[in-house]
Design a protein. Structure first.
Length: 209
């Protein structure tokens, strides 16, 4: 069964509080989203397997622990998910990056795919699907389904803000995917936006309306 992990670190809570503010500008918003992604990546990678490796320090030989395999992939859901990629790569720079393009139909509120490009060896990689917002859960569910069809087996989903409705849908349709959430909010409103949320993350990252 999927584990839902809600962040409790004071730095994450503090930075999320700042990006919620309507007066936070695009540049600060972008930087903070990246910083939050780095901090969440630290939490989400805590169970990566290690192996013992013999090395030589300037003093002598020693046995150290390193991540076994090192095959990781980051897959942002476009376009807002791009805002989390650099922060993730700061922590795991050897990871490959795929892209899943999903946009919301403003009438049905359901996601529509427009782009899909991932590493050829995705089946051999631990995959971190990232999107700042988990609202209805439609984009996350569809993106993960597409990745599974291409062979992805180990998938973790990360978001900064989530609504309970989206969490329940993702848990129901992909019970094998662990979920990391910066903050779990109250609900969705009639327009399927998260309350209290932070508005449209893509618009605030890229300065568009």
């Amino acid at each position: 069964m999927a584990q839902v992990n809600i962040m409790t670190h004071p730095l994450i809570k503090h930075k999320i509080g700042i990006i919620r503010r309507k007066e936070t500008g695009n540049r600060d918003f972008r930087e903070l989203v990246s910083e939050i992604a780095s901090l969440m990546c630290y939490e989400a990678t805590k169970d990566l397997p290690l192996e013992k490796v013999e090395i030589e320090t300037p003093i002598c030989k020693a046995v150290v622990e390193e991540i076994r395999g090192k095959k990781l992939a980051i897959v942002p859901i476009l376009r807002a998910g791009l805002g989390m990629v650099d922060g993730m790569l700061d922590m795991i720079p050897a990871a490959k990056v795929g892209h899943v393009g999903m946009q919301r139909d403003e009438e049905t509120h359901e996601p529509v795919e427009y782009y899909f490009k991932i590493p050829d060896d995705i089946s051999q990689r631990e995959v971190f699907v990232v999107d700042p917002m988990l609202a209805t859960g439609g984009s996350a569910v569809d993106a993960i389904s597409m990745l599974k069809k291409r062979g992805a087996k180990k998938i973790i989903f990360m978001c900064i803000i989530a609504a309970p409705e989206g969490v329940e849908r993702l848990k129901s349709e992909h019970p094998d995917v662990n979920i990391y959430i910066g903050a779990l909010d109250e609900k969705l409103n009639e327009n399927k936006y998260i309350v209290p949320g932070l508005g449209d993350a893509g618009d605030r990252i890229f300065g568009t309306k």
